[in-house]
Design a binder for this molecule. Structure first.
Ligand code: SIN
Length: 564
């Protein structure tokens, strides 16, 4: 699948966007420790990177914002996509990934993903993960939106992330050469005189005050901080997903790609008008994979005339169709009908979803489930090569924080844990093959030091949801840019809430910039004023912070197969 690929005429940014700090205001580090590699984040990407690095005998420090149990991985329900059925093929998995990504996937990255994926899933089993199996011992495989084969392994029915997290946590805890620092927010990346990343500054919350800031010096840093869903009012992401890794990378001069492609999961449980903010329970696509239907207010299966795969169309197609029905009916949700699956199947296969529904007074065996789209996954992020290397030496990115090129304009279901596993192994091998001596950090006098008020954390999600959410337009994005600029005007004092607020403002600003510049509709980027996909926009918008903290954007064509 390929189309004409020409340079767009120009990238125009909104008239108002905040000027952002290139270093966060924070006390000087009061303590320091040293490691070979500092991994920031403790989901599947971070923990598997740490375990793979240990195979090379390196000392690893894992820094995580809450505990090693928290983060997005544990919330993953559906599973991990990989070619494990003898009748399935890597080419078929690649084709489904590329269709979902709407011509923006990097073919080499997708090739790496689908070919190396099965071996990484088997390694995950060796790390102790117990996937669901048939009585004969073979792995159970299911299907989700956009997949044309059953290729998704799952655990605990719909508790795949929880089981993966348990197994990796136990493996990491058994290794005395992995130092785990919990309750620690990474503030900024440290850089040496030659510009390479050589550690992080962090605030350990247990130390009680802003003076708990310290430094971990490292010969390489791997960002595995997950996503940025807290940028929106309604999200499936946990409260820790405040875009910290992407924001820190941008401040350190790294480039980001595809940040306009924020995926909205079609079916989060709708809990009523009083509960329209924060993390919402996910209703896995696997429920539709096992036969549940989407219904409008008249009880009609509206996906049947939208896509040949009906409820199992790629996620962006389903989210858009649901949004259209909600808009035309003036309702905050549509319905998911899983009653025909039966109480026993629902309880055995989807215990997490049944429990969430019951907590809301809904019995999915007898009631329709109210569902609505919610911000779910950042398909873009810190731009990397096929070994997770970013544009800044010494800095790597893995998992949701990264943009490896596998997702394009819309991630295929259950490719996210897979991406973390596959690129963790590649990053570990790249680091083991090239680890420079520890360098000393230097302070750059030209950095723009700043911080916004912690109140921005409360206000920004509504602003982003209103103007830069599922549906966007030039007018809504100009308004959002202006509102973000106003929010940036209130200076903050150092502390977790203001650091997170500044991170959210940073990732929101690049998202608005790229979403405004891309004057077409593609994948999860839906422009009301440019409803069609335009071949001239087949490429990546690259965002970065300029020396004065201004957001800049440039263009890069889609990488071609076999071309570095
Ligand atoms: C789901 O279970 O529907 C979510 C899986 C994913 O985001 O890939």
């Amino acid at each position: 699948m390929s189309g004409p690929q020409t340079r767009p005429p120009s990238l125009v940014l909104p008239p108002f966007l905040p000027v952002l700090p290139t270093r966060l205001t924070a006390p000087e580090p009061g303590w320091a420790e040293t490691t070979d590699v500092c991994v920031v984040g403790s989901g599947v990407a971070g923990l598997t990177t740490a375990l793979y690095l240990r195979e090379s005998g390196l000392h690893v420090t894992v820094v995580t914002k809450e505990t090693v149990n928290d983060g997005s991985t544990r919330w993953a329900q559906g599973g991990i996509a990989a070619v494990l059925d003898p009748l399935d093929t890597p080419e078929a998995h690649a084709a489904d990934t590329m269709v979902a990504g709407v011509e923006l996937c990097d073919p080499d990255a997708v090739d790496v993903l689908v070919r190396e994926g099965p071996a990484r899933v088997r390694e995950l089993i060796r790390f102790g993960t117990r996937f669901d199996r048939h009585p004969d011992g073979s792995l159970m495989l299911t299907r989700e939106g956009g997949h044309r084969a059953n290729r998704i392994v799952h655990a605990g029915g719909d508790a795949t992330g929880l089981e993966v997290q348990r197994a990796l946590r136990e493996a990491v805890r058994k290794d005395p050469w992995i130092r785990l620092i919990e309750h620690a927010l990474v503030v900024d990346l440290l850089r040496s005189a030659d510009g390479a990343v050589c550690g992080v500054t962090l605030h350990v919350l247990d130390e009680g005050s802003p003076d708990g800031v310290g430094a971990v010096l490292a010969r390489a840093v791997v960002l595995a901080t997950g996503g940025l869903g807290q940028m929106y009012a309604v999200t499936t992401n946990p409260p820790v997903s405040t875009g910290d890794g992407l924001a820190a990378a941008l401040r350190a001069g790294a480039v980001a790609a595809d940040v306009e492609f924020v995926q909205f999961h079609p079916t989060a449980l709708y809990l009523g008008a009083d509960s329209t903010s924060g993390q919402q329970p996910l209703v896995s696509e696997a429920l539709r994979g096992e036969g549940a239907w989407l219904l409008d207010g008249d009880g009609k299966r509206f996906m049947l005339d939208q896509h040949e795969l009906a409820e199992l169309a790629p996620r962006d197609v389903v989210a858009k169709a649901i949004t259209r029905v909600m808009m035309s009916e003036g309702r905050n949700h549509v319905w998911l009908d899983a009653r025909h699956l039966g109480a026993a199947t629902l309880q055995q296969r989807f215990p997490t979803i049944v429990a969430s529904c019951r907590a809301a007074g809904i019995d999915p065996a007898t009631d329709l489930i109210p569902v609505a789209p919610a911000a779910h996954y950042a398909s873009g992020g810190v731009w990397t090569d096929l070994y997770g290397r970013t544009s800044v030496p010494g800095l790597y990115a893995c998992g949701e924080v990264a943009c490896t090129g596998v997702h394009g304009a819309n991630r295929l279901a259950s490719n996210s844990l897979l991406e973390g596993l596959v690129f963790a192994r590649r990053i570990a091998s790249a680091i083991a093959g090239h680890l420079p001596p520890q360098a000393d950090p230097v302070t750059d006098d030209d950095t723009v030091v700043g911080l916004v008020d912690e109140g921005v954390r409360e206000q920004l999600p509504a602003v982003m949801t209103h103007g830069a959410g599922v549906l966007r337009s030039a007018v809504s994005l100009e308004d959002t840019g202006a509102r973000l600029t106003e929010l940036a005007g209130a200076a903050g004092v150092p502390g977790t809430a203001s650091w997170e607020a500044t991170n959210l403002l940073t990732v929101a600003s690049v998202t608005v910039a790229a979403a405004y510049a891309r004057t077409e509709t593609r994948g999860s980027h839906w422009r009301e004023d440019y409803p069609d996909t335009d071949p001239q926009w087949r490429g990546h918008i690259i965002t970065r912070l300029g020396p004065a903290g201004e957001v800049t954007a440039s263009w890069s064509p889609v990488r071609q197969a076999g071309v570095d």
